[in-house]
Ligand binder design. Structure first.
Ligand SMILES: [Zn+2]
Length: 187
C-alpha cells in the first residue's frame, strides 16, 4: 500500500499507540489501514461416485483443474460464498452443503474453506472463469494438473474419508512450499 484510500496522501508503516504490529498509517489524516486475511470459499460437488471439477480459464493457474472456489464477498455467509462460486464457475447448484475442510495459509494471508454438497442435477456447464467442467471418478482425478494445494488436499481427504464412510471437519495449517517442486507436483 502506498497511498491513503481516504485522502490520497502517502502512507507509512508505523506501530500505532497501543498496537503491537506495523500498520500502514496515513501521514495526513492519520487513518490506520488494517490488513487482514482473505477468505476463499469453495465446494466439493458430489454426484454419486463422482466429483465435479472446473478447468480454470483465468490466472493464476489457468488451464489447471480446481474445485469451484473464490474470494468471499462482503455481505454473504461463507456457505453462500461457496454456493455462489459454484454457480459462477460451474453453473451448478448444490444441496445439503456441509462444512468439510478449513486450511490456514498464514504465509499468504488466506484461509480456504470447502463445503461438501450433492449436485442437484447434472445440468452444469463452464462459467465465464472456466474452460470446461466435468465429473471425475477417483481414478480419473488429474492429480498433477490440480491448480491449488488446498484443492488437492481436500480431494485426498474426500476419497480417503469416503472409504471410511465418515467426513469429519478437517482443519489444517499448510506451511509455505520451501522450494519449487518438480514439474507436475506443484500442488
Ligand atoms: Zn489519509
Amino acid at each position: 500500500m502506498k497511498f491513503c484510500n481516504q485522502c490520497g496522501h502517502a502512507v507509512s508503516q508505523v506501530i500505532p499507540e497501543g498496537d503491537t504490529r506495523l500498520r500502514y498509517v496515513c501521514g495526513a489524516c492519520s487513518q490506520v489501514h488494517y490488513q487482514n486475511p482473505n477468505i476463499v470459499a469453495g465446494t466439493v460437488p458430489v454426484w454419486g461416485e463422482q466429483v465435479l471439477l472446473c478447468r480454470r480459464a483465468i490466472e493464476p493457474r489457468s488451464g489447471f483443474w480446481t474445485l469451484p472456489a473464490g474470494f468471499m464477498e462482503n455481505g454473504e455467509t461463507m456457505e453462500q460464498a461457496a454456493a455462489r462460486e459454484t454457480e459462477e464457475e460451474a453453473c451448478a447448484r448444490l444441496g445439503n452443503l456441509k462444512l468439510y475442510t478449513l486450511f490456514d495459509l498464514p504465509h499468504i494471508n488466506q484461509v480456504h474453506v470447502f463445503f461438501m454438497g450433492q449436485l442437484a442435477d447434472i445440468d452444469f456447464a463452464a462459467g465465464a472463469e472456466s474452460l470446461e467442467t466435468r465429473l471425475f471418478h477417483e481414478s480419473e482425478i488429474p492429480w498433477s494438473e490440480l491448480a491449488f494445494r488446498t484443492v488437492a488436499r481436500t480431494l485426498e481427504c474426500f476419497f480417503s474419508d469416503r472409504r471410511e464412510g465418515i467426513f469429519p471437519v478437517r482443519n489444517e495449517a499448510l506451511p509455505p512450499l520451501r522450494m519449487q517442486p518438480p514439474k507436475g507436483l506443484s500442488t
